[in-house]
Write a protein of this length. Sequence first.
Length: 319
Amino acid sequence: MNSCPPAISSPALSALLTFLRDAKYHFVTPTPATHARVNGRAENEQSKSLRDIFGWSRPFARQLLPDHLFRTLAEGGLLIEGHSGWQSLIRASSLDDNLFLHSAFPTNSSDAVFFGPDTYRFIHAIKTKLYEPRRLSRALDLGCGSGAGGVVLAKNSICGELVLSDINHWALQLAGINAAAAGVANSTVFSDLFESLDGEFDFIVANPPYLNDPLERTYRHGGGQLGSELSLQIATGATSKLAPGGSLLLYTGSPIVDGIDHFKTAVRSIFADSNFILSYQEMDPDVFGEELEEGPYSRVERIAAVVLTVQRPEVVVQC
């Protein structure tokens, strides 16, 4: 389950967000491994609450939802009926005072929109960087997914224009709805990285896929170099899209082999002769440890969650 067809109704998605907000719904999304373990418990086979339906993605009986909401969601393409009951094609996760819609568990399809512990770490990195509000003429959430990064970026700055971009049409639909529900004005742009994005930006945030996924699912596969290829493309491409004094904040993962951080090494090589200002932080020393059992990672000792910032220097006017 989980492919999200483009026929899903935006009004139905907005209606669900409004209903959950009014119901004081709250759910923190764990890792897929934790999600599977919790759902595997016998007592969790059927839904008993809104959190079970829209957080844990469990089958539910129709009577659990108000009739008007059930009809709206069913007619809007958000529900499917299976052997064990009805299921929602999406989840809703809490972040600060906002809710974000994203793909239901398990996220098997290539067009899945992911939200999880990486998202919370990404948001923490953005808030740390914006420890005091900054005035931004234009900001960009590249590969926006659910739009969480862009929403937090806009809410923690004085943002003139927020652009949400992705290569996934389903992600753009959800991101636009999530941002609007959070009270953040935005525009959505379909773009393969920076290809269709015009102009420069004062702040760019990105949380790209960084694993080497055998199925090459868009939301998960970071390409070659043990999943780092896409992150390196973003770091390189951002140099031509940053306004003077502008910054890129890139949250990603780095494979550590024999104690060497290979992403960090590659970044230093790329920017060795540039005047861009770099900072690099290992945020979590060990994420997605289960990946180490797979072939591509047979020599990797750990995958670290890291934050790279790249700043373009201000233009100095000679008098």
